[in-house]
Design a protein around this ligand. Structure first.
Ligand code: IDP
Ligand code: MG
Length: 149
């Protein structure tokens, strides 16, 4: 099993896409281990996006991600990172396939609705910015025998 860190960005919250996005994550079979409705602080944003520090869009990205409440979650499942990234779609909605979240609900790269970590290692690093260990739940879902053979 693998863990993935996902965040519905401020535009996703403002555009009433919280339920839609969570529904897609749930329905594919991922187990929600943690979830939080909160505002990203500038300190958290700088840690989260440190890798993009030198990019021209960095300042705008920090402003965007801290501009309003977000929904952050940790989900678990087989190939969680790879499958979530497919559900999310390409970074630029212009390139995101129809059926993906960005392909269905976004038009611009700087307003692309959702974040998902790109590797299992980054997922752990990222969710540690937003969650304490005691906020991560451990439980069995009753449909697990029907999701995994
Ligand atoms: P990802 O979110 O698909 O992993 P990254 O390349 O890691 O894409 O970029 C992180 C975030 O930075 C993107 O989701 C998007 O919000 C923002 N971003 C990336 N490139 C641009 C750009 O060229 N203009 C504006 N924002 C950008
Ligand atoms: Mg990324």
């Amino acid at each position: 099993m693998e863990r993935e860190f996902i965040m519905i960005k401020p535009d996703g919250v403002q555009r009433n896409l919280v339920g839609e996005v969570i529904s897609r994550i749930e329905k594919v079979g991922f187990k929600i281990l943690a979830m939080k409705f909160h505002k990203v602080t500038m300190d958290q944003a700088e840690k989260h996006y440190a890798i993009h520090k030198e990019r021209p869009f960095y300042e705008g990205l920090l402003e965007y991600i801290t501009s309003g409440p977000v929904v952050s979650m940790i989900v678990e499942g087989k190939e969680a990172v790879k499958i979530t990234r497919k559900l999310v779609g390409a970074t630029n909605p212009v390139d995101a396939e129809p059926g993906s979240i960005r392909g269905d609900y976004a038009l611009e790269i700087g307003r692309n609705i959702i974040h998902a970590a790109d590797t299992p290692e980054n997922a752990i690093m990222e969710y540690q910015i937003y969650f304490n260990d005691n906020e991560i739940q451990s439980y069995e879902r009753i449909d697990e025998d029907w999701i995994y053979e």
